[in-house]
Design a protein around this ligand. Structure first.
Ligand code: 26Q
Length: 845
């Protein structure tokens, strides 16, 4: 910065802060200015110097620097929302799988290159510094990452919104592999504090829980319900600003942390119960301690319901508080100003909680409250797996949420006796099916039924999934309310999944499609015209190779396995689940290995099979599959007879930051779920965007992906949804496939031997057992043959690098539809009905 008095002796001067600058011009910020800001923060925020600072300190200083820009924009966004009294969406999700925010925030603020240069001049490498950031792994997989992509798009598109979730102290467990087996370790993403987040004690909430309900009679004979809760839990909000791309809005992800309520704590404490008070404190704090590591299976734990209730109750009070600041408890406009999106059934307890708040605490009549609730809520379904549909025992509700239980009974009674009775008079079968209560020895609350009954809209996450939601999951509901059901195909944010993670491809896109493709992903179609251009093909494949070289280095660092960037990288990274069929992939690898052993002079396309997957800790078969991948990989990687023609690597602790390195380097994207089981999938979109070819089934969003990118540019195999359904209906017998296919029989029998686990025969038998005695519920054996053929086709094409490049370019050019910006626009048009916000730049406060 220029000194105002050049004649004076130079003194150290604090650089101008961003608040004093014109922030609209981030891109024009000079390297010199940024260097000063970063060093300034090293001194004044972190308390160290450029000479002494650790990498962590440099990272913290970079964050402090960009936070100046972020908070300025955040204040303006929030001010504008209040001024306009805008209608907003509140995205309620038990999971937000944000990953790292560093690269993404720098790219969205268009500061990446300047910060890179500034750090370089300060003698630091931006990659190394940004690697210091721990992943925010507050989610299991697809559903949580979708929430993260959606909030990025909401911020970019300037739609008024708040994301609400849980401030877990420990995110998804860190996975270590010991002797081939998964070991779970706690994940502490805030060990040294998270510099992106801000605590907002002024917006704390107190949430009642437990106790009993008293019925009071008024003199006029009417009844009033009074809940006497056993305790209060304090909810402390932590705000994480989410930065829209290119100076659009900065919105908030508000995560609730549970604490002991002060009053209760002190009562016990004063009575001399110091130790008891500590126990009560621990009991409250445990609620936000840890993310449940289940993906797609139920874990009916009391603590899980408490988590769900805790964060939705905090969020609703926050929404009501904000509404009442402008509308003073007049609920006439509540549904006009608010929409609440339920990310799966996890936050569905919000429905009776909003009824309770309106009726018991705000004095709204039942009919008006129900009217509001039915307009405000919308529900997204993410699974068809029956065991994944949440149900809670009535006795748990009696204990934790007695008033909510009464409200649920009342909602159910009115629904069954009005709507259902009108449509199906006297039909008790239908009533039993549609009831929120499942009768039986242990009566259960069906959260999905409650969600459908109370919501204005119900959507699935890919075309085929939404069709199946109507036809198979909720056929009667969709007959009752045909217009309630709709589809919103998932999407992913191109800012993280292309612009930030694949700089090489991003610059090819800039060259061929202009500079706005990260905002308008449809623009990438312009690259398609170069699909046949040999020189462009080469440049495209050079970028891919560079990414493969970087991944090969990372693989060697993490696993000590050396892989060749010239081999075909075949990648399957996702949660481990039988329906995702990692074991089908493994059977193919065994098949190929056997072929090579049988014929040592056989020349195949060299292939590297890359896996990454976490298994739910109690899902034994899933953990056995991880073990099998590791021991089989170990054997193959060290078997000199096959001349390094295949390698198998299992990358431990798969997470968002690893995905960002793996996906840009993939040649083949394995999307091989049994048709009808993967609701959508979202990594399939990321892979395709980055120029991988899909080897997959006609399931979830794969169908729409190949519709756009051309089935001929991908490798589709296996039974269709209809074929799966009819095979199952007609009695599927896996033994037939086993007995009729000698190759298949041989690889399955191999699992019973001690070939891969010397001195421990049968260590891999559980996989074979599940596929034969277990009835092969996901039709692995039925699809094996066609899977092998798909792989053969892939190798054929790979031999022709020009033809491969062409298909890869077409894939990468055709993913415009799968931007989460398009998904969000679909939600806005069909569900939320929002208007974009003009962020006021000039605010006087
Ligand atoms: C349930 C009960 C107790 C504890 C945890 C859970 C739980 C947690 C996470 C149940 C399910 C999940 C996550 C589900 C999920 O990620 N589903 C995926 O959602 C994606 C986004 O729509 C889809 O693309 C995937 O197809 C779907 O599997």
């Amino acid at each position: 910065m220029a000194t105002k008095h050049p004649h004076k002796k130079k003194v150290a001067e604090a650089p101008q802060t961003v608040a004093q600058k014109d922030v609209a011009s981030n891109a024009n910020l000079s390297v010199e200015e940024l260097k000063k800001l970063i060093v300034h923060h090293l001194h004044t925020t972190i308390g160290t110097s450029a000479q002494k600072a650790s990498k962590l300190a440099w990272w913290q200083a970079v964050v402090a620097t960009v936070n100046e820009f972020i908070f300025d924009r955040l204040t303006k966004t929030q001010y504008s929302n209040v001024q306009r009294d805008s209608r907003a969406v509140h995205y309620l999700s038990a999971e937000f799988l944000m990953g790292r925010l560093g690269v993404n925030n720098l790219c969205n603020l268009e500061l990446y290159d300047t910060v890179k240069e500034a750090l370089k001049e300060l003698g630091k490498d931006i990659h190394e510094i940004l690697e210091e950031e721990p992943d925010m792994a507050l989610g299991n997989g697809g559903l949580g990452r979708l929430a993260a992509c959606f909030i990025d798009s909401l911020a970019t598109l300037n739609y008024p919104c708040v994301g609400y979730g849980i401030h877990y102290e420990n995110g998804l467990f860190r996975q270590e592999i010991r002797e081939g087996r998964q070991v779970e370790r706690p994940d502490s993403w805030r060990e040294y504090g998270c510099p992106w987040e801000v605590c907002r004690p002024e917006s704390e909430q107190n949430i009642p829980i437990g106790g009993y309900v008293e019925t009071q009679q008024a003199p006029d004979g009417s009844q009033r319900k009074v809940w006497h809760p056993k305790s209060l839990i304090k909810g402390v909000p932590w705000d994480i600003p989410v930065v829209g791309y290119r100076g659009s809005s900065v919105t908030i992800l508000r995560l609730w942390e549970s604490r002991a309520n002060d009053a209760f704590d002190w009562d016990v404490f004063n009575a001399g119960g110091y130790v008891d008070a500590q126990e009560e404190k621990a009991e409250a704090e445990v609620i936000s301690k840890v993310l449940y590591p289940n993906d797609s299976t139920e874990a009916g734990k009391m603590l899980r319901l408490t988590q769900q209730y805790f964060f939705t109750a905090c969020s609703l009070r926050d929404i009501l508080r904000r509404y009442n600041r402008a509308h003073h408890h007049d609920y006439g406009k509540f549904a006009l100003k608010n929409v609440i999106q339920l990310n799966d059934t996890h936050p569905v307890i919000a429905i009776p909680e909003l009824m309770r708040l309106l009726i018991d605490e705000e004095g709204v009549a039942w009919d008006q409250a129900w009217n509001i609730v039915q307009q405000v809520f919308a529900y997204t379904n993410h699974t068809l797996l029956p065991e994944a549909l949440e149900k809670w025992p009535v006795y748990i509700f009696e204990k934790l949420l007695p008033r909510h239980l009464e409200i649920i009974y009342e909602i159910n009674y009115r629904f069954l006796n009005n709507e259902v009775e009108a449509m199906w008079p006297g039909n008790d079968d239908v009533k039993r099916k549609l009831s929120i209560i499942e009768e039986g020895p242990c009566r259960m609350i069906r959260m999905a039924n409650l969600a459908v009954i109370a919501s204005s809209r119900v959507n699935g996450v890919a075309k085929i999934h939404s069709d199946l939601v109507k036809a198979d999951l909720f056929p009667e509901f969709s007959k009752l309310w045909p217009n309630k059901f709709c589809n919103v195909t998932n999407g992913v944010t191109p800012r993280r999944w292309l612009l930030s993670c694949n700089k090489g491809l991003a610059s090819l896109l800039n060259e061929t499609c202009g500079n706005d493709w990260a905002l308008h992903l449809d623009d990438t179609i312009k690259m398609k015209q170069y699909a046949d251009d040999a020189s462009f093909q080469k440049r495209f494949m050079d970028v891919k190779r560079e990414n493969k070289v970087a991944l090969a280095e990372e693989i060697e660092k993490l696993t000590s396995v050396v892989v060749s960037p010239d081999s075909m990288f075949d990648v399957q990274v996702k949660r481990l689940h039988e329906y995702k069929r990692q074991h089908l992939n493994l059977l193919y690898i065994l098949y190929l290995y056997r072929k090579l052993l049988a014929n040592p002079s056989l020349k195949i396309v060299p292939q590297t099979f890359i896996f990454g997957a976490k298994a739910a800790p109690a899902y034994h078969l899933a953990k056995d599959i991880i073990y099998a991948i590791n021991v089989i990989g170990d054997k193959i990687n060290n078997d000199h007879r096959i001349n390094n023609q295949i390698k198998v690597v299992f990358i431990p602790n798969y997470r968002v930051s690893l995905a960002e390195k793996i996906i840009p380097a993939a040649d083949i994207s394995e999307q091989i779920s049994t048709a009808g089981y993967e609701a959508s999938g979202t990594s399939n979109m990321k892979f395709s965007m980055n120029g991988a070819l899909t080897l997959g089934t006609m399931d979830g969003a794969n169908i729409e992906i190949v519709e756009k990118a051309g089935i001929e540019n991908n490798f589709i195999f296996g039974l269709s949804v209809e074929e799966v359904q009819s095979l199952k209906a007609n009695g599927y017998n896996p033994w037939e496939y086993y007995n009729n296919n000698p190759d298949l029989k041989a690889v399955l029998d191999w699992l019973d031997s001690d070939y891969f686990t010397p001195s421990y025969a049968g260590a891999l038998s559980s996989i074979k057992r599940s596929l034969l005695d277990g009835g092969d519920p996901f039709l692995v054996l039925a699809d094996f043959d066609s899977y092998v053929k798909a792989h053969e086709k892939a190798q054929e094409l790979y031999k022709d690098q020009s033809a491969w490049a062409r298909a890869a370019i077409i894939n990468a050019s055709s993913m415009g539809f799968f931007s989460s910006d398009r998904s969000i626009q679909d939600y806005v048009d069909n569900v939320w009905n929002l208007k974009t916000l003009d962020v006021v730049d000039d605010i006087t406060m």
